[in-house]
Design a protein around this ligand. Sequence first.
Ligand code: NAD
Length: 302
Amino acid sequence: MNFVSFEGKVVLITGAGNGLGKSHALMFARLGARVVVNDYGTTAKGEGADKSPADAVVDEIKSLGGEAVANADSVEDGARLVETAMDAFGRIDIVVNNAGFLRDTSFHKMSESDWFDIINVHLNGAFMVNRAAWPLLREQNFGRIVNTASAAGIYGNFGQVNYSSAKLALHGMTQALAIEGQKRNILVNTVAPAAASRLTDTVISREQTAALRPEYVSPLVGYLCSEESSQSGGLFEAGAGWFGKLRWERSRGAALKGEITPDDIAKNIDAISDFSDATHPRNIAEAFAPFGEAMGAAVAAR
Ligand code: NAD
């Protein structure tokens, strides 16, 4: 008997016909969830549409004795995905936003469609799915959402201005949704995975492929979506069996007085950027504390 179980839960996983999403789907099904396997069936560059990847994963889950239904709509039609969950299983508890593709190119060559197609599938797709599921999660006072980000979003990466932007924006969505979901037991987190898949085919070696199994990422997604988790608003990284969590770090900073000029910033830039006595603000209230102190000092000086 597993401690983490999804008996009675319905999970919707987008882009679950391949790679990480497929691995998540099989894990959830093994742990008792009824699974909506969404996949639009595109190439790694987002071309075409094909129902067979979603159907194949549903067949695999059924052959293992699990329950699953396929949906081959695009995440941009998020409401249709949630409708499939409601029609098939009458509820939805967990959403894993995982669908996506790449359109890598250096910024000076990036077309408008390279930009908008990537924003649409990763960011707007997750918005459309989350927005459709949200009222149902609120109503039942239970929900778990995982948004899939990327190291490219956290750290930036050459040739991925579109993708980096979409992926970091997803964590912005996570952080704000986590606050809004708090009172309704809706936990929202971001996972930045590293795993061998169609998307990494051209950049990693065969040995790396063996070590970077998608199955090494899915357990974190599973835990974050469990009843047992109390994590929310978090940004996690996972790959090859390593798991970590990120947080914001802010320098102690420098409070300047009087009429402040760019020259004053120049004189103080080392102090402003000095992380030796750093803080880790966890929310807007903590982040605003130094402004409050500076305002207090300014008022006292008058
Ligand atoms: P993958 O190509 O194996 O799987 C992505 C799936 O999304 C595909 O099956 C594709 O058909 C589907 N898809 C594409 N557009 C869709 C749409 N509009 N609606 C529904 N489904 C759609 O890729 P993967 O590596 O498993 O990637 C999964 C997620 O993880 C992506 O969001 C990716 O950006 C992210 N990611 C992956 C890695 C990695 O190392 N593999 C690293 C960082 C982030």
